[in-house]
Design a binder for this molecule. Structure first.
Ligand code: FAD
Length: 395
């Protein structure tokens, strides 16, 4: 940690620091520089000051004793009376990470009637299922749920806490990381665990132009959220393992200041994230009407259709059928992309698909870096030919 200090007795008020600051973080007030919240502690003002009146102070950061924080905790989400499948994906990733450092994977269930899911979770290789089951937890209230998970973290001291990047998880995880004054990385696309137990949280950053590797070096636990369909789910074992631990409901639940007035469930909608086969149209399509061949090919294959973002921006499609960072993550058995270039914002959310077939006229298109089958050619020839063959093959 560092901060900038301005030495009043040396400052002549020349204003050079304010002129050089690339972030506009220095205001001149009464002829003297004054730092505002935009300061990034880059140190350019230090170099620009001819009087050496600006200094950068390094402060020592207290680091936690990492050996006291062990194992991986997965928040097993139950919503709408169902265990969210992202929970099994997080357990799968947790088990993979845990192997490297000899950790165990534990889960925590919070809600009303959630004990019923504890027994099932024992079949996924976890060493403990902690349960906070109470009628007061019937509906998600962020403060009440956070109080339960906080209680368990204080008891179990996990090094890593994984939460699904669902609406519920996105509300819960930041509250928890704030309570522990520690880091949280949202929407990780990849996770690795170093030998020193630092979690490398990888996700696209700066508009997807780089894959950032984020680590929480001085604090524990390390919080990460991961979207549904990004990781492989844990395999179910016949044998159950691990213990179910029923935890006492912490005081924070009764002290919750939120109350649920009414709940109006949104009828479940078919999502492209659940499709086993997807045909995707990109900007290689010349007009909206040409989407019909994408839809026809999808229908003939018994699958669903989607597009890239530019087609949503043109108004040809809605956001719920857009694949990508600002759309949905998909992981079908088969995905056929037609006229899609393969920008990172798109591929990061489909590159876990089992079979990727890409059709593009440009042999250097980045989509071919992730494709298992690369078809260099015109979608206006290839898609109709595939449709024709599929129709002919029909009994
Ligand atoms: C913060 C941020 C978030 C974003 N989120 C998303 C997102 O969620 N989803 C998303 O898709 N994008 C997203 N983008 C945009 C992304 O960067 C790309 O611009 C976008 O994915 C490109 O879409 P495209 O491949 O359809 O179009 P293009 O990049 O224009 O590619 C069209 C491709 O079609 C090929 N082609 C042209 N004619 C034919 C033909 N006749 N036959 C075969 N191939 C042909 C071309 O060779 C080209 O490769 C985001 C960008 C930012 C900055």
């Amino acid at each position: 940690m560092a901060k900038i200090a301005i030495l009043d007795r040396k400052c002549t008020g020349c204003g050079l620091c304010a002129q050089h600051c690339p972030f506009g973080a220095i205001d001149m007030k009464d002829g003297k520089p004054d730092l505002n919240a935009a300061c990034k502690v880059c140190g350019i003002c230090v170099k620009s000051c001819p009087e050496k009146a600006i200094i950068k102070l390094e402060t020592k950061v207290d680091s936690v004793d990492k050996s006291k924080w062990n194992n991986i905790l997965v928040f097993a989400e139950v919503s709408g009376g169902q265990l969210h499948p992202v929970s099994l994906e997080l357990i799968g990733k947790g088990l993979e990470l845990a192997k490297n450092v000899g950790y165990k994977v534990k889960t925590v269930l919070v809600g009303s009637g959630v004990t019923a899911f504890a027994e099932e979770l024992r079949h996924y290789g976890v060493s403990e299922v902690a349960v906070y089951d109470d009628e007061a937890l019937s509906y998600f209230r962020a403060d009440a749920y956070a109080a339960c998970v906080e209680d368990y973290i204080k008891y179990a001291h996990p090094s890593v806490v994984l939460v699904g990047a669902t609406s519920l998880g996105r509300s819960l995880a930041p509250r928890l990381s704030t309570r522990f004054h520690t880091g949280l990385t949202a929407d990780c696309t990849k996770l690795e665990l170093r030998e020193n137990t630092d979690l490398v949280q990888i996700r696209p950053a700066f508009g997807g132009n780089i894959m950032a590797q984020i680590i929480t070096t001085n604090t524990r636990p390390q919080f990460a959220t991961v979207r549904y369909k990004v990781m492989n789910p844990a395999a179910r074992n016949e044998e159950a393992s691990g213990a179910i631990v029923n935890r006492k409901i912490p005081k924070g639940v009764s002290e919750s200041r939120a109350s649920c007035v009414s709940v109006q469930p949104i009828p479940p909608k078919k999502s492209i994230s659940d499709a086993e086969i997807l045909v995707v149209g990109g900007r290689g399509l010349q007009k909206e009407a040409d989407l019909s061949m994408i839809k026809e090919l999808a229908a003939l294959l018994g699958g669903d259709w989607a597009t890239t973002r530019p087609l949503v921006e043109k108004g040809w499609n809605t956001n719920d059928r857009q694949i990508g960072l600002s759309g949905r993550t998909v992981r079908p058995r088969l995905i056929i992309t037609c006229g899609v270039s393969g920008a990172i914002q798109f591929t990061a959310c489909m590159n876990g698909s089992d079979h990727i077939v890409a059709i593009n006229t440009d042999k250097n298109a980045p989509i071919f870096d992730v494709a298992h089958v690369a078809i260099v050619g015109d979608l206006y020839e290839i898609v109709p030919a595939l449709i024709k063959q599929l129709k002919e093959a029909r009994p």
